[in-house]
Design a protein around this ligand. Sequence first.
Ligand SMILES: *[C@@H]1O[C@H](CO)[C@@H](O)[C@H](O)[C@H]1NC(C)=O
Ligand SMILES: *[C@@H]1O[C@H](CO)[C@@H](O)[C@H](O)[C@H]1NC(C)=O
Ligand SMILES: *[C@@H]1O[C@H](CO)[C@@H](O)[C@H](O)[C@H]1NC(C)=O
Ligand SMILES: *[C@@H]1O[C@H](CO)[C@@H](O)[C@H](O)[C@H]1NC(C)=O
Ligand SMILES: *[C@@H]1O[C@H](CO)[C@@H](O)[C@H](O)[C@H]1NC(C)=O
Ligand SMILES: *[C@@H]1O[C@H](CO)[C@@H](O)[C@H](O)[C@H]1NC(C)=O
Length: 461
Amino acid sequence: MLLTTLLLSAIFSSLIDYNKCAVLSSTSIHGNNEVLPEFTSNNINEPNRVEDKIDYSRNVEDIKVTTSAILTKPASRAYNCFLKNNFNCNIFKSKNSTGAIIGSADFKEKEPKDGQIASTGNPFYRVLDEHRAGRWNSTHLQIKKYNSTHFVTEVTWMFNKKTLTVKNVKVFLSNSNYTDDQPIQRSLLNLVCSYSNNHMSVENYVLRLNCYIRNKFIKDLFYGARASGILLSTVKIAKTDYAFYQVADISLLGSIKQIVTYHGYVFYPLSRAKLCQLRVNKNCGLIIYEPQSVEGFKGFPYSKFSPPDGKIASGNKAEFMELDEYGVDRWTRVKFPEVNCHNRTHLSFNLTWYLTATHRTDNIEVFINNQNYSPAEPLSRHHLDLNPICTIKFHGEFPRSQQTMSCPISLEKYRQLGKLKYLLMLSVWNIYDTSNAFYQVIDLQGLSAEQTYENMLRKCL
Ligand SMILES: *[C@@H]1O[C@H](CO)[C@@H](O)[C@H](O)[C@H]1NC(C)=O
Ligand SMILES: *[C@@H]1O[C@H](CO)[C@@H](O)[C@H](O)[C@H]1NC(C)=O
Ligand SMILES: *[C@@H]1O[C@H](CO)[C@@H](O)[C@H](O)[C@H]1NC(C)=O
Ligand SMILES: *[C@@H]1O[C@H](CO)[C@@H](O)[C@H](O)[C@H]1NC(C)=O
Ligand SMILES: *[C@@H]1O[C@H](CO)[C@@H](O)[C@H](O)[C@H]1NC(C)=O
Ligand SMILES: *[C@@H]1O[C@H](CO)[C@@H](O)[C@H](O)[C@H]1NC(C)=O
């Protein structure tokens, strides 16, 4: 027994780093608008009152329960079948009730099997285990930053009984390996919060919980996932030996906007990554969801940890490797920023970072290409002047959320740039209290007719 426990905890060690949920309320509902009419009425499958014990050696079709429970927030797959947001899954007809999807009270045990987690292996609900891209309507996961270590999301269960006592609630989220075309498996799920109490009473059908989720689980949910994920919640009612299972298909597109991270991107002139998010650059991969996250090691260009040649634009981050692609027509080129007179020897231009949240900062640097630059080659150090054209130092202070820097450029350098058809800048935001930096590449056209060296000389001298 002990050995089994040890084995299980080894296998599921990734599952035990969770946080407790807090019970928000078990509010009353007035009117039936929020309560499924059929769900609370006698239509619910309430057959032979075989009380509250599952014998897995028996045919699961024989399992009868008197209580039913569904997850309404985020709307579960089964609930969406009921609402007809999901098609060809009319599990409400006849004796197939939506709310009686039950499995072992401890998800670590063998039931339900991998691939049958949505149905808990019950043939009535087997349709819920289908998995192909786009099969299930998804619900936005509403998620907010709670404090520096946690996010929070609200989870709502509804029951067909007005009052009952819940023993525990658990919430699992898929990790970055989940895609909606594969069966749901334990190895794709992290336990992110859990609430346990012997006397947690539900009043008026509803149980709402705040689930506090560690940042790393949110990262795991978002990074790599193709903007879709799974939330699994289980509820164990007191004095029963099984739990209700509900799987919700969640879309992460809207959620990413709600996630505030210590990240940023260059929006003047528009960076490669930002143009991906704006869908001006195509076939960009995951960066479209988070142009602010091109995070790599700091110390460019000399530190051996900083992004190597060919991987500078992605910050050497595998998720964003598309950014490292090259070719004369690969990236949309924006105009060289507006140029002003600075003094007798220099002109200047502005560059602006947008920081989705500020962070203690070393400095922000801007590098500009040299005459070796060719868009047909992987971006390398030999394409760039390795002395930044400008640097703004913060000494650990916080930049503004829109941080503009004025970059002086010598007339001589400007004259050289004027001869080139393609230009490129790299800006690096070096963080003060971590070993990381954010990398942004800006693909530029050659100087415009008004911006020629001769014109600027006339204007400024
Ligand atoms: C989900 O269902 C709603 C309501 O039927 C519909 O408006 C929406 O387009 C569907 N979304 C997807 C992704 O199928
Ligand atoms: C109810 O479940 C049975 C499996 O026992 C299945 O054959 C039937 O199609 C289901 N009914 C509906 C309407 O989904
Ligand atoms: C953030 O909130 C969670 C949930 O209440 C708590 O466990 C954690 O300790 C908090 N973190 C900090 C840094 O306060
Ligand atoms: C994803 O799958 C790969 C290969 O099986 C594995 O190495 C990696 O640890 C998995 N990632 C997560 C977050 O589980
Ligand atoms: C012009 O400005 C640049 C950058 O601020 C500075 O390095 C240079 O010495 C200035 N030149 C003159 C002539 O003042
Ligand atoms: C740079 O920004 C400053 C302050 O926002 C502005 O006054 C200045 O005109 C800008 N310079 C250029 C070249 O656009």
